[in-house]
Design a protein around this ligand. Structure first.
Ligand code: C2E
Ligand code: CA
Ligand code: CA
Length: 514
């Protein structure tokens, strides 16, 4: 009989002859898996045949989890102690844990035949938290349980499924020697998500992201296999066009690059060096004067020279770094405003705000604190926010925007037309300006459809009493077309590239333009 023992162990006492019943009991409890049972059986046999053995025996490969002891009661019996925790099944999915994954991989590695492949598939459910939030946690649990049952059914290969944590599963697969088969296996996993999961008769559709890695191709042991599969999973999560990604060496390079950008940028912000703010003008199509300026950040890297924000903003946006950067830019713009005013400029300067800033609790108090510190009137500042920042909770966002406008800041929706562009949110949000994304301007001359869409976007903005700014205008023909469409302002290389403060004041803010 298997007995629970207070020290987190199973204890089994058997006569040396009757070990097979132990194996059956272990299998019934799913605490040891077939390959280990064979190993256990061999060890147990060897131990029981050695009648002179009076010292404990640790099973190799199972570490200290299974111990054979000669029974203290009777010479013909042995005690077998089994660590109960190592194979504990996950309560929700009834799958073993990460620990079992390592043991399975180690075991297969020790018995690997030439040319055989061991592939690891990390499967993460996209936006799984929404299932918990929108329905309830019981729905989330059911989806995880059903997903586990589907993943377990991979036909034709030896496989083991474990739940790593949260909505992350790992499936290690063996029994093939052509790497192309890894793709076939991955498509089989993908296909398991085509039919909905069912909770209280309600269909729930969930899509996965899958990261794949394989021994011996890109890894030679468990640690490398897991690390590379995670890197591939990150790529899969970023890529909206493909579900599965196989690890490539450049994933690691990308990650190293991102890490170094994060570290260096954080140091630059700490020391207040290297981060600069450039300015680009916006011109009114009615007065032909400069009636707006956008502040655009630049990073003067000691080795790489001037780095474009497109290369570091998305990385900064992955962490709180973006909030530090935003605060830095707001400080700098507040300082520069006095020089801009001295040069005769008396309109607003706009600052780009990322979705993460907008979501942070203390954003309003932080920005109000900074402008107050510099004795700047919030009326001199416009905040450019992209559509993506508004989709989570329109009511909450409109409350925040109302508060910001209450302090005097203006609000502009940046890159309009590229994101969700839903009329219902546009109607609800208290904003002042619509900046139409530059991708439309590029085709305004060549495509009649784009031309009509642009016109319609302007009309929608006008109907909502918003000021319209066209971004990316780089030739006079675009300017004429936009003017005929009753667009209010333009911004783009036609007027000027973004420039450092001094050059901006000298070259752009000449008396003829303001
Ligand atoms: P954005 O807010 O849409 O800024 C406009 C971008 O278009 C700027 O690129 C500007 O240099 C560029 N641009 C302006 N006129 C033209 C044109 O006629 N043709 C073309 N092809 N491009 C034009 P930049 O400065 O490289 O900034 C890229 C993006 O980085 C910005 O897009 C914005 O999303 C982000 N960004 C820049 N500065 C900041 C910042 O201080 N904070 C945050 N959160 N994001 C920033
Ligand atoms: Ca912008
Ligand atoms: Ca923009």
């Amino acid at each position: 009989m298997l007995e629970d023992n207070a020290n987190g162990l199973w204890r089994y006492t058997s006569t040396r002859e009757k070990l097979s019943t132990l194996l059956q009991e272990l299998q019934n409890k799913s605490i040891i898996f077939p390959f280990e049972l064979e190993q256990l059986q061999r060890q147990a046999k060897a131990f029981s045949q050695d009648n002179n053995n009076h010292s404990p025996c640790f099973i190799s490969g199972l570490h200290k989890d299974v111990i054979f002891l000669p029974s203290s009661h009777d010479n013909n019996s042995i005690d077998i102690l089994i660590n109960r925790n190592t194979e504990k099944l996950d309560f929700i999915t009834q799958l073993p844990s990460k620990y079992a994954l390592q043991r399975q991989i180690d075991f297969w590695l020790n018995n690997l035949h030439k040319d055989q492949i061991i592939a690891l598939f990390l499967v993460e459910l996209d936006e799984f938290s929404k299932v918990n939030d929108v329905l309830d946690h019981a729905a989330g649990d059911i989806v995880l349980y059903q997903a586990a049952r589907r993943l377990e059914k991979l036909p034709n290969y030896n496989s083991k499924v474990v739940r790593l944590h949260g909505d992350e599963f790992a499936i290690v697969v063996q029994g093939f020697n052509n790497i192309e088969q890894a793709w076939e296996i991955s498509s089989w996993f993908e296909s398991q998500f085509k039919t909905p999961f069912i909770y209280n008769e309600l269909p729930i559709y969930v899509t996965p992201s899958i990261g794949i890695s394989a021994i011996p191709y890109v890894a030679s042991n468990y640690i490398e296999l897991l690390r590379t599969a995670y890197l591939a999973l990150n790529k899969a999560k970023e890529d909206v066009t493909r579900i599965s990604h196989f690890y490539e060496a450049k994933h690691a390079k990308d990650l190293i690059r991102e890490l170094s950008i994060k570290t260096e940028l954080s140091e630059e912000l700490q020391e207040g060096k290297g981060i600069e703010v450039y300015y680009q003008p916006k011109q009114s199509l009615k007065s032909n004067k400069i009636e707006g300026i956008e502040a655009l950040v630049r990073w003067r890297h000691p080795k790489k020279g001037l780095v474009s924000p497109a290369d570091f903003i998305p990385i900064a946006e992955e962490s709180e770094l973006i909030c530090r950067l935003t605060d830095y830019v707001i400080h700098k713009v507040c300082k520069d405003l006095s020089k801009l005013k001295k040069s005769g400029y008396h309109h607003q300067v706009s600052i780009n705000i990322s979705a993460k800033d907008f979501a942070r609790n203390d954003f309003i108090s932080d920005i109000c604190h900074i402008v107050k510190q510099h004795k700047v009137n919030p009326k001199d500042i416009e905040l450019e926010i992209t559509e993506g920042a508004f989709i989570s909770d329109v009511n909450h966002c409109s409350m925040l925007l109302n508060a910001l406008r209450g302090f005097g800041f203006s609000i502009s929706i940046d890159d309009f037309g590229t994101g969700y562009s839903s009329l219902s949110y546009l109607r609800k949000l208290p904003v002042d300006v619509l900046k139409i994304d530059m991708s439309f301007v590029k085709e305004i001359e060549s495509s009649k459809t784009i031309n009509r869409i642009y016109s319609a976007l302007i009309e929608i903005g006008k109907a909502l009493s918003l000021k319209i700014v066209a971004e990316g205008v780089d030739n006079p023909h675009q300017r004429t077309t936009l003017k005929s469409m009753d667009c209010d302002m333009i911004q783009g290389y036609l007027l000027s590239k973004p420039l450092p403060l001094d050059e901006f004041c000298e070259q752009v803010l000449s008396s003829t333009t303001i």
